[in-house]
Design a protein around this ligand. Structure first.
Ligand SMILES: Nc1ncnc2c1ncn2[C@@H]1O[C@H](COP(=O)(O)OP(=O)(O)OP(=O)(O)O)[C@@H](O)[C@H]1O
Ligand SMILES: Cc1cn([C@H]2C[C@H](O)[C@@H](COP(=O)(O)O)O2)c(=O)[nH]c1=O
Length: 204
């Protein structure tokens, strides 16, 4: 028995933390046993990465986030998938392809570091216009130094440029503009896509 692994990435303020619980509930209603999680994880390495992003930079943050990812996969994600759970993860490898590159680490290094990480069955990529994200982050408050300069433009651009790299690296992606959907409509669109994917997987 193997579950389904769905990840959600996108620039700060695109609505990942807003959507994940709603998506989890919608998928539970559709009959899946959902396991919600996030990266950095809530384990010791993940807490260090999340709480001390100001202290760790460049290669050290890239390696800390990757170490947390491999531990998270081994201890939480793979066991849940083996129990047939649908694992929904807030941020995964695509976030490293963007944030670590913004932090000065070459993309090729980040790709090689993350090459052994299990590929998701579906990588949802949220986007939105930079001016909208900047306004959302001003209103909500920033979570990390990556959001402090008040300009989401470079992060949005890097995600946009990732499409071919993610395809080459084996990430089946589904892109959604959260500026054009309410959280409820976004959840509906992602649920529809995930259900179609699941039916295809079961038919194979
Ligand atoms: N689809 C949407 N439409 C309108 N507003 C939204 C939408 N999704 C999220 N928001 C609002 O945008 C703000 C940022 O959302 P949220 O914190 O979920 O983003 P995030 O992607 O998790 O950010 P971060 O990466 O910084 O943690 C929140 O105030 C939320 O209410
Ligand atoms: C998965 C991942 C995370 N990070 C860093 C970036 C932020 O400082 C936090 C995540 O906080 P948020 O509330 O989800 O925005 O972790 C990173 O640098 N690289 C990654 O791959």
């Amino acid at each position: 028995m193997s579950g389904l692994f769905i990840t959600v990435d996108g620039p700060g303020g695109t609505g990942k933390s807003t959507l994940l619980p709603l998506l989890g509930t919608a998928l539970e209603t559709a009959g899946h046993h959902v396991h919600l999680t996030r990266e950095p994880s809530d384990g010791p390495l993940g807490r260090a990465a999340r709480e001390r992003t100001s202290d760790f930079h460049g290669l050290s943050l890239a390696c800390l986030v990757a170490a947390d990812r491999f531990h998270h996969l081994a201890e939480e994600i793979q066991p849940a998938l083996a129990r047939g759970r649908l694992v929904l993860c807030d941020r995964y490898v695509p976030s490293s392809y963007v944030l670590q590159v913004l932090d000065g680490v070459p993309l090729e290094y980040v790709r090689r570091l993350n090459a052994p990480a299990r590929r998701p069955d579906l990588a949802v990529l949220l986007t939105a216009a930079p001016h909208l994200l900047d306004a959302r982050l001003r209103e909500r408050g920033t979570h990390s130094r990556f959001e402090h300069d008040g300009s989401s433009g470079p992060e949005v651009r890097l995600y946009d440029e990732l499409a071919s790299v993610l395809a080459e690296d084996g990430f089946p992606t589904f892109k959604l503009d959260s500026g054009e959907f309410s959280p409820q409509a976004a959840v509906q669109a992602i649920t529809c896509h995930a259900s179609a994917l699941l039916s295809r997987n079961q038919a194979e």
